[in-house]
Design a protein around this ligand. Sequence first.
Ligand code: AMP
Length: 286
Amino acid sequence: MQIIRSVKEMQQKMLKLGRENSVGFVATMGYFHEGHISLMEESIKENDITVTSVFVNPLQFGVNEDIERYPRNLENDKKAAEDMGVDILFVPEAIDMYPSKMTLEILTKERTDVLCGRSRPGHFEGVATVLIKLFNIVRPDKTYFGIKDAQQASIVEALINDLNFPIELVTLPIFREKDGLAKSSRNVNLTNQERQESVWLHKALEYGRQFVVDGELNPAMIVKEVKNLIHDRTSGTVDYVELLSYPELKPITETDNNIILAAAVHFSKARLIDNLIFDREGKLTS
Ligand code: AMP
């Protein structure tokens, strides 16, 4: 596995490679767990070359957010990526990705006034900006994203369509711990007590989905029930619980057949997110 730190070197390497090798790309912020690995595995299966990036993008963190606390372990990540069979690990420095103040600004117009976009102003602009840069540097044929960050996947879909990137988006299901907690790099920042409580995030979403299975697709009621359950069973603070159409992320209408029930909860040192995506009968679709 080759490790590349320079943006210029990475871009030149991919330009030299030409188009006869198919390239799969997995963008990450590092501190790998099985969720990340599942994306790399799929990319390796489907492409000649797999590139994985590790970059904690400052642009997508707000002023009071956890960029300093964001866990990092590049040595472990290198080993995990190498063991998986990743061909190139791209680990740029922030100063190389953003050498000077940008002249252009990316604005998102749709899909960001809800969920994490509402609680984290500027977050998805930061995500979109870094992904446009990474797509231009790596020039992948396919890119792999987890449905764990369903709103992000929805923005990536829109970004690829709106800006005509010749890239196929592949989304993969949420990889969970045995007790249901969605794997996340941020889970290490939970206290033991919070780790035990955190299973209620997934359980509460499943409880909410059950109403739909039982034929009660009443968003306000379901949201209230899920919020109450998380509130009662954890010491965390509910940031949001929302039930929307997916991937449009609009209030559900009679015709929508793909629904997301998503939640975000603040614990003392970690903000966790989770979601379920299902049809009008409550059957899971991702
Ligand atoms: P991150 O390093 O958190 O930015 O995540 C990098 C990629 O891994 C994103 O596409 C995430 O959606 C995906 N990912 C993170 N956690 C999981 C998980 N538990 N299951 C599947 N994919 C995940």
